[in-house]
Structures are given as C-alpha cells and as structure tokens.
Design a protein around this ligand. Structure first.
Ligand code: TXA
Ligand code: MG
Length: 353
C-alpha cells in the first residue's frame, strides 16, 4: 500500500479497468496508461489518447511470474532466470505471444512484452483486477514526448482524456524498463538474451544473473561528436531544441549562443569543467547541476527536461555522458531527446513511443 493512494481508489480503478476504462497508474519506472488486456475498445483508446500509430506494441503488465506461461509460449530458460531474478522490477521480456494476448495489444506481432512492475500501487491494482488478468500499458505520455514520472505530469499532458489517474508519488527509477529479447541459436543450442532498450537494469546485472554474455542491440553511436540541430528540426522531446556536447566543448558553445542573445539552460554534472562556467559571465544562462551517480541522474532526468521545456529557454545544452555501460540508459535517452536528425528520430520513435 502506498502513502499516496487508498485501497478504495485502487478498487475503483480495478472496477474501471474491468468495465473497459483507461487508468493511468504509477510504476517504479514511469507512469503507465493502462487498459485491461482483453478490452479491445479500451486498448484502442490508449492509441488514440497517446496519438500513437497502431502497430506499436504495448507492454503487458502481470502480477507475478507464475502467469508467464499463460501469456507467453516457448519461454526460454534464460527468460525464467531473468524473471526470477528481476521481477517485480524494471525488466520487460519479449517472448512469443500466447493466444490469450490479443493482436491489437502487440501491434499485430507474434511476440509480447511482459513485465511485473515493482511499484506497490501497480501490484495492488493488478491483484485487485484478479490473478487471471493483465494490464496493457505504454508510458502515459503523448507519442514521442517525455515519459511522465509523477501523477502531475500525467494530469498536465493527458488530463481529462483518461478515466482516472492513480498517484503513487515520483517514480523511483525514472527511466523506462530494460527490454530484453531472445535470439534462437538453433540446433538445440538454446537462445541468447539481447538488450533491445537499455533501462533500469544494467547489462552487468543481466550478465551476472545469467552468468553469461548479453548481446546489445542498442545503437550506440560514437559518443560524443559535437552535434547541433539540423534544418530538419523534428523534435522528439522536449520541444525546446536540445544540444548534447562533450564537457570540454560545452562552454565554448555556451559563449557562441550567448553572443547571439539566446537564453540557455546548461545541464551538466559538477566536475572538472565547472570552473569554466564560474569564470564566464552567467548572464542569460541557467545552470542546472545533475547528479554524478547514473541512477540518481536517471531518476531526475525526465522531470528536469519537462521543467526546462516549460521554462521558455531558447536552447537546452546538455553535457554528453561517458560511453560507459553504467550510463547506457541515460545516455540513450539523451541521444533520443536531442533532435539533430529527423530520420534518426523517426527510427527512434519506433522503439520509444
Ligand atoms: O517501464 C516501462 O517499460 C513503461 C512502464 C509503464 O511499464 N512502459 C513503456 O511502454 O515504456 P512504451 O509503450 O512507452 O514502450 C514500450 C516499448 C514499445 O515502444 C515497443 O517498442 C517495445 O516496448 N515493445 C513492446 N512489446 C514489444 C514486442 N512484442 N516486440 C518488440 N518490442 C516491443
Ligand atoms: Mg513510451
């Protein structure tokens, strides 16, 4: 039970879901926009509310791993190991869909993404719904925008469009779940785990749990070349142009932009380059210090981007993060939020809607 939500509210939310309603609820990663899996009109409404193209699969949230075999088929040994190790938690497993998962939920695909969330409100809601049921839920934001990490974010963005918003406080992880799929190696050799989206669980933690290598299918472009917005500014999120710069270049970029009279928010971790800021004039710059620990940085990232996006800056300048597995999830989200290349953004939205 959470300090934020009462039993009555959870019971009311479960009743709404059973009746085909759409309910936003907290998870430990980000807030989700949920429909009961078999309610096709509610599932359809999720796509409409998000303005998400159909064909983008929704993650199916379940109360515990005992129902894994009901919703999925041919579950490989590695999936069981990961479920055992990380559920409830920020891990989504992509598995062959069973016939109980409607195709509108999986965007027509033969696989399904399954996850047991770790937030007490999400688990209470799933249990109130009943052990047979499941909640299909993407992040509770409009397609291509920043995922919400508080109930206020959901209210701001989706407001009246949803039937109910459960408040579970700020999300502890703050970034979406790690998505893992499995590659069949053929001839009875079993399958190999691959990371499809980095998130709350690191590669190192996955490899430790599996006592073996995990393949990364995440495009990690060589970090970090100075990049600036192109003419085709198709913004993923936020709406304010966001530039990623390595620490050693960021202050000269600040000086250039300031010379053009732009209002700038500068987001960096305190460190060796900070002195340069102290030595430069701070006019027209708002300095936003971020934590040096990746988990804490991830927790604050989306809320910070939202706040800065609403503050009317001309440009957000963010220090690019180290090309280090610990920073993989945060660096991935920052790359996607910086919109330098419209084609790249279109591709990103396929995985990150
Ligand atoms: O942490 C999270 O994962 C949050 C919370 C609410 O659980 N959910 C979330 O959902 O981030 P969403 O829809 O915003 O992003 C999930 C992504 C989809 O865009 C899709 O690319 C991928 O997961 N996905 C879901 N099912 C899939 C499948 N069957 N095959 C491949 N990718 C899938
Ligand atoms: Mg999303």
């Amino acid at each position: 039970m959470s300090a934020w939500t009462t039993h009555n509210e959870i019971a009311a939310a479960a009743t709404l879901l059973k009746a085909g309603g759409v309910v936003a609820f907290p998870t430990e990663t980000v807030y989700g926009l949920g429909a009961e899996v078999s309610r096709s009109s509610a599932v359809r409404r999720i796509f409409e509310i998000k303005r998400r193209p159909v064909g983008h699969p929704l993650i199916v949230h379940i109360a515990d791993s005992s129902r894994l075999q009901y919703w999925a088929e041919d579950v490989p040994q590695q999936a069981w190991q990961l479920a055992e190790h990380f559920w409830p938690g920020p891990l989504t497993l992509i598995l062959p869909r069973s016939r109980y998962v409607p195709k509108d939920v999986t965007g027509g695909q033969d696989t399904v993404g399954l996850r047991v969330p770790a937030h007490p409100v999400a688990l209470d809601l799933l249990n109130a719904l009943g052990p047979e049921e499941a909640i299909a839920a993407p992040s509770a934001n409009r397609f291509g925008r920043i995922s919400p990490t508080t109930a206020a974010h959901v209210r701001e963005e989706l407001g009246e469009a949803v039937d109910m918003i459960l408040d579970g406080g700020p999300c502890e992880v703050g970034l979406e779940s790690t998505i893992v799929g499995f590659e069949d190696q053929g001839s009875g050799k079993g399958s190999r785990a691959m990371i499809l989206r980095p998130g709350g669980i690191t590669v190192a933690a996955l490899e430790e749990a599996l006592a073996g290598r995990v393949i990364s299918k995440v495009s990690s472009q060589p970090m970090p070349m100075p990049r600036v917005p192109g003419a085709l500014a198709s913004h993923y999120a936020p709406a304010t142009p966001l530039e990623l710069w390595p620490g050693e270049y960021i202050y000269s970029r600040v000086r250039d932009l300031r010379a053009r009279g732009l209002n700038i928010a500068l987001v960096t971790r305190p460190g060796q380059f900070h002195e340069q800021l102290e030595n430069s004039t701070k006019e027209n710059i708002v300095y936003v210090p971020m934590p040096v620990e990746p988990e804490r940085y991830g927790q604050l990232l989306y809320g910070t981007l939202r706040r800065l996006d609403n503050a009317g800056f001309d440009r957000l300048l963010i220090e690019a993060l180290p090309d280090d597995p610990q920073w993989m999830a945060v660096a991935d989200r920052l790359r996607r939020a910086s919109c330098f290349n419209a084609a790249k953004n279109a591709e990103n939205e396929v995985v990150h809607g």
